[in-house]
Design a protein around this ligand. Structure first.
Ligand SMILES: NC(=O)c1ccc[n+]([C@@H]2O[C@H](COP(=O)([O-])OP(=O)(O)OC[C@H]3O[C@@H](n4cnc5c(N)ncnc54)[C@H](OP(=O)(O)O)[C@@H]3O)[C@@H](O)[C@H]2O)c1
Length: 425
């Protein structure tokens, strides 16, 4: 028996077009496999007369009124793919208050206001699902929620901003930062204002959501304190690659005892490791857990159809729960209380880049009590540096220090007082 579910959608841009395309192409498959006919009743947009990438299905109404969608008594599931913060939060709030289940791809909103919306969904016994908000086409949130039930996640390390990864890959292949950014914009991977991507804010929002699922611990932007890729130049990427390292913008959260250490920053990943091979706009999330050990999920982190697939999987889950009368369980059940620190507060090793004479660099690092080896002209690998040692080096201002993935020395040993030596380059 087939049940028809009435859907409303907010937004008909990149993702919204993909949703309509997938919905049209997979309608029979969904009906055959799930017993559901998903009927798109209304779509809200800003500009009613703007050209669209795909035709609106026959019988679907286009409107410029969000209200007309989220308060429509016929509509059972609302898809929010319009982006924005305040309008999207207001729209989802109204939809939930009207008893509708909601599916969204809006990471900015879920990262910053998700707690309010999750609480409201629980209060109204509605579903709020947002698989597409992290790593677009990779079903990482549901995997974390459902597939590690007896396991304990110890570390999450993600390449979760395709634009930044595209730019870093292009710089490794010889482009300047500006050339790489222009290429990303021409290919439609970077927006006209790429700030959120290159400054690490977009990756931070996604890490905030991932942390909820992996560790049950929310993070704030201030705790993550993102460092973007604008501080990295092409020479650094190329020299690192020639010496066995790929520079990646990593979003990381690592658990040690009851502490959670997080960071979004350019990190040196040893060539050969799974994350080092993730190039261009691809995304990847590497997990380290007690039972499974190391696992890595790779795929498209954005794009119309891949993201739409994640959105529609959520819609099918919401529709099934409507049919079965089982609405309301939270997407994420993991709640813990961990003390949050920045990963830079832990001793670790670094790649060091400097134009200063080799002897000076070696002497300076050794004066601080740390080891350093020269990899190539202007490129060095330090031994473990305490945060205070690292800060003293950074304060010199004539070098670039990039943390090396997986080089952390537990437990915490950092102490600003431990290092009193004055150094100068
Ligand atoms: N693009 C991706 O690959 C991707 C991947 C994962 C997640 N996401 C997330 O998915 C969401 C949508 O992204 P997108 O790339 O599809 O955006 P987009 O191409 O810019 O499309 C946005 C759509 O929302 C409509 N819209 C915006 N503000 C509105 C308002 N106040 N009232 C009514 N309609 C409004 C626009 O209408 P008009 O067309 O009339 O202007 C447009 O159709 C965002 O939260 C984004 O972060 C995107």
């Amino acid at each position: 028996m087939t049940t028809t579910i009435e859907i409303g959608m907010l937004g008909f841009g990149t993702v919204g077009s993909g949703v309509i395309d997938r919905l049209t192409r997979a309608a029979d498959q969904i009906e055959q496999m799930q017993g559901l006919r998903l009927h798109l009743a209304k779509v809200a947009v800003s500009h009613l007369n703007a050209p669209r990438q795909v035709p609106l299905p026959i019988g679907t109404r286009l409107t410029d009124s969000i209200e007309a969608v989220v308060t429509d008594p016929q509509i059972q599931v609302v898809i929010e793919v319009m982006g924005t913060l305040k309008p999207a939060e207001a729209a989802i709030t109204t939809a939930l208050r009207h008893g509708k289940s909601v599916v969204t791809a809006n990471k900015d909103l879920i990262a910053t206001a998700g707690h309010r919306l999750v609480a409201l969904a629980k209060e109204r016994s509605c579903d709020l699902l947002y698989e597409a908000s992290v790593a677009g086409g990779i079903p990482i949130l549901r995997t974390l929620a459902d597939s590690y039930a007896t396991d304990s996640i110890q570390g999450v390390s993600g390449i979760i901003n395709g634009t930044a990864n595209y730019i870093l890959s292009a710089m490794t292949n010889g482009r300047s930062y500006q050339q790489a950014l222009s290429l990303a914009q021409e290919a439609g991977y970077a927006e006209a204002d790429p700030t959120n991507d290159v400054a690490g804010l977009d990756a931070t929002y996604k890490l905030m959501i991932l942390s909820q699922f992996a560790f049950g611990q929310p993070l704030t932007v201030a705790q993550v304190a993102p460092v973007g890729i604008t501080t990295i130049d092409a020479t650094v990427c190329q020299t690192a690659a020639e010496n066995g390292w790929q520079i990646k913008l990593l979003a990381q959260a690592q658990r040690h005892d009851h502490q959670l250490y997080c960071r979004v920053a350019p990190v040196a990943v040893a060539t050969g490791r799974a994350l080092s091979r993730v190039d261009g706009v691809q995304n990847a999330v590497a997990l380290r857990s007690a039972a499974v050990g190391e696992s890595c999920y790779t795929g498209p982190g954005a794009g119309s159809t891949a993201t739409a697939n994640s959105v529609l999987n959520d819609v099918i889950v919401a529709a099934q729960r409507l049919v079965r009368g089982t609405r309301g369980p939270a997407f994420n059940h993991n709640h813990q209380h961990l003390t949050v620190h920045h990963l830079d507060t832990v001793a670790q090793a670094y790649l060091l880049f400097s134009d200063q004479p080799r002897n000076r660099i070696v002497e300076t690092v050794e004066t601080l009590g740390a080891n350093v080896k020269s990899l190539a002209q202007g490129c060095y690998q330090t031994g473990t540096l305490l945060p205070a040692q690292r800060d003293q080096l950074r304060a010199l201002g004539t070098l670039t220090l990039i943390p090396i993935e997986n080089s952390v020395t537990w437990p915490l040993v950092a102490s600003a007082q431990a290092i009193a030596t004055h150094v100068a380059i």
